[in-house]
Design a protein around this ligand. Structure first.
Ligand SMILES: Nc1ncnc2c1ncn2[C@@H]1O[C@H](COP(=O)(O)OP(=O)(O)O)[C@@H](O)[C@H]1O
Ligand SMILES: [Mg+2]
Length: 242
């Protein structure tokens, strides 16, 4: 599922709500159903067990998602230990190395004890993805996972996420302000504007025949091979203040 909408439309707030991570001052209503259970009805301890094992999140900025003063192998190991306290250290390490292989981080055995700053931006995002996947969640929420990366690395990470989705049998909510990026990964697309989902449907359908004026504007703002480069691109009109 791709969730798209311009910056400030409430995409991250939505994903935090799904994870039960909104600040205590926020009020929520409705239900969040995962495998039949309503997550909003769980107490904090039960929600903590879900988080990381059933639902995991990949954040936009890998440098802030990682602890700069802890070796990357240990950070992922802690994510395993939090949900599997009885595993032997050697078994934990085995799981960490396997997931680092799965995200195609080069030479994980040798780099297990390296720190985040010793990796490139793309490698750091692979490490963050490994941490999200290590406990084999059913659902991964990826909030702008490629926005901080340059275009070539972005394409590699998108390819990786598509492969992992198949290999790990994941459901994924892929969030981006960029409709072109969402169109490359999503089967279904939901379009968000000012805190509301204004359109939702099969990706091909939404991209080919958008029903909502806002989606049409988002599409018109995308450059294509045939865009006349001598004229300015269409921009999305700022939302009317209500
Ligand atoms: N349903 C909501 N109720 C109140 N404030 C919201 C709601 N959704 C988003 N916001 C606020 O609007 C701002 C932008 O939302 P955010 O989720 O960060 O947007 P996006 O991720 O689409 O850029 C944030 O300050 C957020 O707290
Ligand atoms: Mg956001």
């Amino acid at each position: 599922m791709g969730l798209v909408g311009e910056s400030g439309s409430g995409k991250s707030a939505t994903s935090l709500a799904l994870m039960g991570l909104l600040p205590a001052t926020a009020s929520t209503e409705g239900a969040v159903r995962l495998g039949g259970a309503n997550l909003l009805a769980l107490d904090e301890a039960a929600m903590r067990r879900q988080r990381g094992s059933e639902i995991a999140m990949i954040f936009q900025e890998p440098m802030t998602a990682l602890n700069p003063v802890m070796p990357i192998g240990r950070q992922i190991a802690e994510a395993v230990e939090a949900h599997h306290p009885k595993l032997k250290r050697s078994e934990v390490k085995e799981r960490v190395l396997r997931v680092l292989h799965d995200v195609a981080l080069p030479d994980p055995e040798r780099r297990y004890n390296d720190y985040p700053h010793q990796f490139s931006g793309g490698q750091r995002q692979r490490i963050v993805i490994a941490m999200a996947l290590v406990n084999r969640p059913k659902l991964v929420i990826a909030d702008e996972p490629t926005t901080a990366l340059d275009v070539t690395v972005q394409a590699q990470v998108l390819t990786l996420l598509r492969r992992l989705r198949a290999e790990y049998g994941l459901a994924m909510i892929f969030i981006s302000h960029d409709l072109a990026v969402v169109g490359q990964v999503a089967d279904r697309i939901a379009v968000m504007q000012r805190g509301h989902i204004v359109e939702m449907g099969e990706a091909a359908q939404v991209l080919r025949a958008p029903q909502h004026a806002y989606t049409q504007q988002l599409l018109a703002a995308l450059p294509t091979m045939t865009t006349d480069r001598t004229r300015p691109l269409a921009s999305v009109a700022p939302p009317a203040v209500s």
